[in-house]
Design a protein around this ligand. Structure first.
Ligand code: G3H
Ligand code: 13P
Ligand code: ZN
Length: 311
């Protein structure tokens, strides 16, 4: 099976009351770890590439690695641009073999967001590529952009019908309390999502796939491991898995996870090098890092997303 768009994937996810995991990829070991888990659990999969990932690893290297994953597994995999900043980046990914793109116009005015999203949709749909838009503003860090918590804005349900109708976008990322990175809540804060806003948005957009960014849970055992083996991470608090499980059963069809993979990988590398100070073959510490990613993704598929055996 070749790379797929997210169209059928999301129709099935919506009807089945589950979400597909969208995991960020930056190198071969990350791709192999994610794909290993999806293959084991017979799960559909979205592999997503940010602007930063393209700058780090190169577009062609990443697309060829993802094509290799499709050949090796036969799984339905979508190759998606994460946080496309402008039309040109989206066009370059569409022309370069991606099957899905996000145009993130959330930093623009509403009318500018509509205009750029519509322009990307027109180009993408002619080529069979699906498009994710965004309404609302998440706090946290993505590429070189940092949004302070006080500037984050929940998605306004009054805007969603107009946005989707005018842009013809295929899915919509919304802001309901998730945020990017490992430091989502302060100690003492109630780490809850505004599922009431999600409910209202899905009432306005029946059957329409919703996307959650910033959905890492930041498992404390990994923060402890990083710190035990020489790291210095301050209190890091993520989204409770119970909140994400509820969202996945509702209209949320795509859940983005990156920070938890970074955490699992870094904990494994730190532990390995601490326990084997004389080793210097990268395969020796990247193999446990890859295994840690596989275990993390397996956990997400089984316990958060509900997308095992959906191929
Ligand atoms: O939302 C951002 C993703 O975690 C990707 O991060 O832009 O550092 O590659 P990046
Ligand atoms: P996390 O930082 O919570 O993993 O979110 C990743 C993300 O939204 C990628 O677009
Ligand atoms: Zn994101």
């Amino acid at each position: 099976m070749p790379l797929v768009s997210t169209k059928e994937m999301f129709q099935n996810a919506y009807a089945g009351g589950y979400a597909v995991g969208a995991f960020n990829v930056n190198n071969m070991e990350i791709i192999q770890g994610i794909v290993g888990a999806a293959k084991k659990l017979n799960s559909p999969l979205i592999l997503q590439v940010s602007k930063g990932a393209r700058a780090y690893a190169n577009h062609t290297y990443l697309t060829k690695l993802v094509e290799a994953a499709v050949l090796e597994t036969g799984l339905p995999i979508a190759l998606h641009l994460d946080h496309g900043p402008d039309f040109e980046t989206c066009k370059s990914c569409i022309d370069g073999g991606f099957t899905s793109v996000m145009i993130d116009g959330s930093g623009f005015s509403y009318e500018e967001n509509v205009a750029v999203t519509k322009r990307v949709v027109d180009y993408a749909h002619e080529r069979g590529v699906t498009v994710e838009g965004e309404l609302g503003k998440l706090a946290g860090v993505e590429d070189d952009v940092q949004v302070a918590a006080e500037d984050a804005l929940f998605t306004n349900p009054d805007e969603v019908e107009d946005f989707v109708t005018r842009t013809k976008v295929d899915s919509l990322a919304i802001a309901i309390g998730t945020s990017h990175g490992a430091y989502k809540f302060k100690p003492g804060q109630d780490p809850k999502l505004r599922l009431d806003i999600l409910e209202e948005i899905s009432r306005r957009l029946p059957g329409f796939p919703i996307v959650l960014h910033g959905a890492s849970s930041v498992p404390q055992e990994f923060v402890r491991l990083v710190n035990e083996y020489g790291g210095a991470m301050p209190d890091a608090i993520g989204i409770p898995e119970s909140e994400l499980q509820k969202a996945a059963k509702m209209a949320v069809c795509k859940i983005n996870i990156d920070s938890d993979l970074r955490l699992a990988m870094t904990a494994a590398v730190r532990q390995y090098l601490h326990e084997n100070p004389g080793h210097f073959d990268p395969r020796q510490y990247l193999a446990p890092a890859r295994a840690a990613i596989e275990e993390m993704v397996e956990h997400k598929i089984k316990n958060v997303l509900g997308c095992a055996n959906r191929c």
